[in-house]
Design a protein around this ligand. Structure first.
Ligand code: SAH
Ligand code: SF4
Ligand code: F3S
Length: 548
């Protein structure tokens, strides 16, 4: 056997995009580790380089494309390396990517990741045979759902191999010093909503709901292994609904199930007599009750429509479910919401917000807005500004509209808002949100909070590097929803010498606790009670009330 097949191959894996991609990367990592691959942090040395990509905005794709050039250089230098593009961009671009980026060896869409190890093995075998090896066909190098990506109603749930990838998750005990105290658990894959600007229904395919037993079991095993916080994932997570008895495998076990369209939620029409259904509220209650050693349970992303009182009631009565709701409004103009096909009006969004605070007075609400959607006038934009000022959003992620191939919006509308206008609107909305965030954070001053400790930060005058920026600045906006580890904005502040512990409250407010210099790694993963002493638009500062 050639050398390449006998030594443990090394893999470099970089992830772009949302939490779904982070979870996919973790599962891919687990699958490849089981097969004997070793993960390294250096793309220049790895035998296999994988980019798990995002297509949601053009900018997200640019990041990945720029990486491909680096690997082309390695190949030109004669190195044997397998380059795989996986995730949403692979699915969206399809096999055309092989033509435009000949250095790409394999493509794997997010719905086909169970096939990735095979693709890699085949490619490595082919490479090991050298120049004379017959070149693998494009089909043999790609696992894409293609037109099948909307497998929707025809999906035989039993063929849903992707479920195996979720079920194959490794549950190694969490090392006391590791930062892997938070985990994601997928409850729904894909999306059926077809917002007109969005690629996700094309790249992730039809909405499929996982059986509740599998989800509860996964949560239990994660909690057993030391995970403190679980975030349930779904593009419209609160639309989870599993109808029992309709998708059962040969062994009697329940299988993933294709989700209903948006209209199915009108008036709870799915709850017909005699059919047992697990709703999202039921699922939350089950996890909370059946996994009592899990300290925190959260979920993203919520769809503002049909966020029922049943869910809020469960949240109110279940102390370990975090009162944090990420429910993007996208726009404050009914006209634009209609063009976006969001399925609610501003009035309905406000009713949802009122309902949240009625049940959960201490809840935090976060959201997303898109500025510069086609035909957005100054008046429409002002309506978005008004909504930001009306709702006490903890934070909002604000995006400039980016026309995406394959979406309804790119075909139906001209991208007619000038780039400069998009930028101005983006900045204006950000400024307004900063004011709102300040007020929301300041309301917590003097109160006690529970902080899940996640990071030690050492400030020093000497420039040091960290993810997202130098350590001598104070983070002003932390933890982007599309990448939980990246600090996205840093506020220039006087450098201070000192050590701080960083964590989050159940409401997802980033909290800083000053501590004496020392080794604090053992404190990470603990939840401490602390009193909030001051606040800034993105941070709470607190003093501990319990031992750290
Ligand atoms: N399922 C989630 C959103 C997933 S995409 C939901 O519906 O809330 C994450 C965010 O990216 C969206 O909320 C939207 O604000 C933004 N986004 C999606 N497509 C976009 C596009 N074409 N241009 C700009 N922003 C976009
Ligand atoms: Fe995209 Fe809309 Fe689905 Fe969210 S709900 S993933 S924005 S289509
Ligand atoms: Fe991006 Fe796909 Fe997530 S397009 S936002 S990685 S679902």
């Amino acid at each position: 056997m050639s050398e390449i097949l006998t030594t443990a191959p090394t893999v470099f894996l970089e992830t772009f995009g949302c939490q779904m991609n982070e979870l996919d990367s973790e599962l891919v990592r687990g699958a490849l580790l089981t097969l004997g691959y070793r993960f390294i942090d250096d793309w220049a040395q790895a035998d296999v380089v994988l980019y798990n990509t995002c297509s949601v905005r053009e900018q997200a794709e640019h990041k990945a494309y720029s990486r491909l050039g680096l690997i082309a250089q390695r190949k030109r230098a004669g190195e044997k390396v397998v380059l795989g593009v996986i995730g949403c961009m692979a699915e969206r671009d399809g096999k055309d990517m092989f033509r435009r980026y000949p250095q790409v060896d394999l493509l794997c869409g997010p719905g086909e990741l169970d096939r990735l190890p095979n693709l890699i093995e085949n490619m490595r075998k082919s490479q090991s045979l050298g120049e004379d090896a017959p070149r693998l066909s494009k089909d043999a190098r790609a696992a894409l759902a293609g037109n099948k990506s909307r497998r929707s109603t025809t999906l035989a749930a039993a063929d849903d191999n992707l479920e195996l990838l979720d079920l194959s998750r490794a549950f190694e005990p969490v090392d006391a010093r590791s930062d892997r105290r938070s985990a994601y658990v997928r409850i729904t894959r894909g999306c059926n909503k077809f917002c007109t600007y969005c690629v996700v229904p094309n790249t992730r395919g039809a909405e499929v709901h996982r059986p509740p037993d599998s989800i509860v079991e996964e949560c239990r095993r994660l909690a057993d292994s030391g995970v403190v916080e679980i975030t349930l994932l779904g593009q419209t997570v609160n639309h989870y609904r599993y109808v029992h008895g309709s998708a059962v495998g040969r062994d009697g076990a329940e299988l993933p199930q294709v989700g209903p369209g948006l209209n199915a939620f009108r008036g709870n029409s799915l709850t017909t007599a005699g059919v047992r259904t697990t709703t999202f509220a039921d699922l939350l209650a089950r996890i909370h009750d059946e996994v009592p050693h899990l300290a925190r349970l959260r979920f993203v992303t919520s769809y503002p429509r049909d966020f029922g009182a049943d869910v809020l009631e469960v949240m109110r009565d279940a102390p370990r479910i975090c009162s944090y709701i990420h429910a993007p409004a996208q726009s404050g103009s009914d006209r634009i919401l209609k063009l976006m096909n969001r399925g609610y009006t501003v009035g309905e969004y406000l009713e949802f917000v009122d309902r949240v605070f009625e049940f959960l007075p201490d809840a935090t609400i976060a959201g997303d807005f898109i500025v510069g959607f086609p035909t957005e006038t100054d008046e429409d934009f002002e309506a978005s500004c008004a909504l930001v000022q009306r709702v006490p959003f903890k934070n909002n992620y604000i995006f400039k509209y980016s026309p995406r191939p394959g979406t309804v919006a790119i075909d139906r509308f001209t991208d007619d808002v000038p780039t400069e206008t998009k930028k101005l609107r983006n900045n204006r909305l950000l400024d307004l949100q900063t004011d709102v965030s300040r007020v929301v954070h300041e309301r917590w001053v003097g109160r006690e909070v529970e902080v899940l400790l996640e990071q030690v930060r050492v400030h020093s005058r000497a420039p040091a590097t960290a993810v997202g920026g130098p350590l001598s600045r104070e983070a002003s906006a932390v933890v982007h929803p599309e990448s939980k580890n990246v600090v996205v904005a840093w506020q220039r502040a006087k450098p201070i010498d000192g050590t701080q512990l960083l964590g989050r409250t159940p409401g997802d407010m980033v909290t800083v606790i000053d501590v004496p210099a020392g080794d604090w790694a053992d404190s990470l993963g603990r939840i401490c009670r602390a009193k909030v002493t001051k606040a800034s638009p993105m941070l709470l500062h607190a003093t501990p009330l319990t031992a750290l």
